[in-house]
Design a protein around this ligand. Structure first.
Ligand code: NAI
Ligand code: MG
Length: 505
């Protein structure tokens, strides 16, 4: 099948996007060159709103990962990257941010076509956050400092150097394709590492476009290699490669387990940002209007395809009958449609696989006795596309699949609770621990809950707040290692202790 062009389907399309998507020979980036997969194989990425093929992309595999790791190793051990000063590295990252900003509309459209998210969201959230993220880490390049340590050995000076880890494998999910790449690339590059990055097979386009800007930003060949391909092939080859020093992964908990097993071969460092089943807790003393809207956006943002989605909504009993009608009304008012329509508030899910997965949870919920208060499947008026109506389950039990497992769709379980102690226990009754939120006007209750909840992020009277400066990551099986903020420097540096005999003792 020939690579289709998006032009006839989207009259308002950015001309560069139409050209980029319509390209017949699409390649991936290894050692600063645009190359085909060694096998010559390609695969399709699909437009989520129409289910039609969008573009063809090289199906990278073991041999391509091998070439990419070699290039990254060469770039790490010698060459211009090693000689660049921290200030020069910082300026390159800042320039990359400028270039992305200059092409922001292009990136937003690519993200929407490939992932399905509303263009309005890609414009105001994904792309500006990417730009900000690279700028934030541009600043860190000159601030990766060691320490001098007052050791008690007489006549000795001891200091530490904070050095890059080496060749980093980065495996990216499809829910925020460019942003997740930025979260990993920013700190890795600021600290002086080199990278082999694999975008998700569902959404490879924005990473490939980013690859085209690297040289103009002044990032030398081989420093960032982008291998497109599937998880079981290209992804697994990165995780098991003996010359990759660290692997950073965002995705399913199941694959997180597999990556740790693969990484054991050469004991590569691992950081994992995995799933969640985050509790969102509304106390009766909160601003219920604000909390109900907050609860809706906590689960529906990015169609629920967020690792930190507020998918278990706990409502204090006296407020339950006040919050629920507001939540249902809000859920029913969300405008579903193709992402490229600027008035769309919720687009389709990313893929047929994800559509099937979410629908199987909807079926499991009903089978186990949960009630559908609103939503429950593809809206009747939508004939095509992986659309799922915003869905609220009630009458759920703690052991139901819909309460225990990550659904990764616009589906929330509403659960009434009696007391602070009960809800803290119920909130923590999960193998996950990525995020949690508390809505209350009582400052003591808010901070007590923040302490009691076992989660890497706790939001109080808000949800889905992110900033490049604030760390993000999981407790329990939501993973380990913190991305963003100063904390991410830990992932991409190692500490060397240097002892100096000053003599004279
Ligand atoms: P996944 O975990 O399979 O995919 C994420 C990334 O890992 C992709 O780049 C994929 O190619 C790669 N990958 C897959 N298998 C691999 C392997 N064996 N070795 C190395 N890399 C591999 O996620 P999938 O199948 O797309 O979605 C399944 C579920 O995972 C979702 O329903 C959701 O619950 C969860 N998920 C969580 C995300 C998060 O942000 N924490 C993001 C995406 C998915
Ligand atoms: Mg998978």
């Amino acid at each position: 099948m020939a690579t289709p062009s998006v032009e006839p389907r989207h009259p308002g399309i950015n001309e560069h996007v139409a050209q980029f998507v319509g390209r017949r020979t699409r390649r991936m980036l290894i050692d600063g060159k645009w190359v085909e997969a060694a096998s010559g194989n390609l695969f399709f990425t699909y437009e989520a709103a129409t289910e039609k093929p969008l573009a063809e992309v090289p199906a990278g595999d073991k041999e391509d990962v091998e070439r990419a790791v070699k290039a990254a190793r060469r770039a790490f051990e010698g060459g211009p990257w090693r000689k660049m000063t921290p200030s020069e590295r910082g300026r390159a990252l800042w320039k990359l941010a400028d270039l992305i900003e200059a092409h922001a509309e292009e990136f937003a459209q690519l993200e929407t076509l490939d992932n399905g998210k509303p263009i309005s969201v890609a414009r105001i959230a994904d792309i500006p956050l990417v730009v900000d993220h690279f700028r934030y880490y541009a600043g860190w390049a000159t601030k990766v400092e060691g320490e001098t340590i007052p050791v008690s050995a007489p006549g000795m000076l001891n200091y530490t150097l904070r050095e890059p880890v080496g060749v980093i494998g980065q495996i990216i999910p499809w829910n925020f394709p460019l942003l997740m790449a930025a979260w990993k690339l920013g700190p890795a590059l600021a600290c002086g590492n080199t990278v082999v990055l694999k975008p998700a097979e569902q959404t490879p386009l924005s990473a490939l476009r980013l690859g085209e800007l690297l040289a103009d930003a002044g990032i030398p060949p081989g420093v960032v290699n982008i291998v497109t391909g599937f998880g079981e092939t290209a992804g697994a080859a990165i995780a098991s490669h003996p010359d990759v020093d660290k692997v950073a992964f965002t995705g399913s908990t199941e694959v997180g387990h597999a990556i740790m097993r693969e990484a054991a071969g050469n004991l590569k460092r691992v950081s994992l940002e995995l799933g969640g089943k985050s509790p969102n807790i509304i106390f009766a003393d909160s601003d219920l209007e604000e909390a109900a809207i907050g609860a809706a956006s906590a689960i529906y943002f990015n169609h629920g395809q967020c690792c930190c989605a507020g998918s278990r909504l706990f409502i204090e009993k006296p407020a339950y009958d006040k919050v629920m009608p507001k939540l249902i009304e809000y859920s029913q008012g969300i405008k579903l449609g193709p992402g490229m329509d600027p008035s769309t508030q919720m687009g389709p899910l990313v893929s047929s696989e994800q559509f099937e997965r979410v629908n199987s949870y909807l079926a499991a919920g009903s089978k186990e006795g949960a009630k559908v208060a609103t939503g429950g499947g593809r809206p009747k008026q939508m004939k095509k596309g992986y659309f799922v109506a915003p869905t609220v389950f009630t009458d759920v039990k703690p052991n139901m699949k819909v309460v225990r497992e990550e659904i990764f769709g616009p589906v929330v379980c509403a659960i009434p609770f009696k007391s602070l102690e009960d809800v803290a226990a119920a909130g923590n009754d999960t193998t996950y621990g990525l995020a949690a939120a508390v809505w209350t006007r009582d400052i003591q209750k808010a901070h007590r809950m923040a302490e009691m909840l076992k989660a890497g992020t706790v939001w109080i009277n808000c949800y889905n707040m992110f900033d490049a400066a604030s760390p993000f990551g999981g407790y329990k099986q939501s993973g380990f290692g913190r991305e963003m903020g100063k904390a991410a420097l830990e992932l991409y540096t190692q500490v060397k202790s240097v002892w100096v005999n000053l003599g004279g003792q």
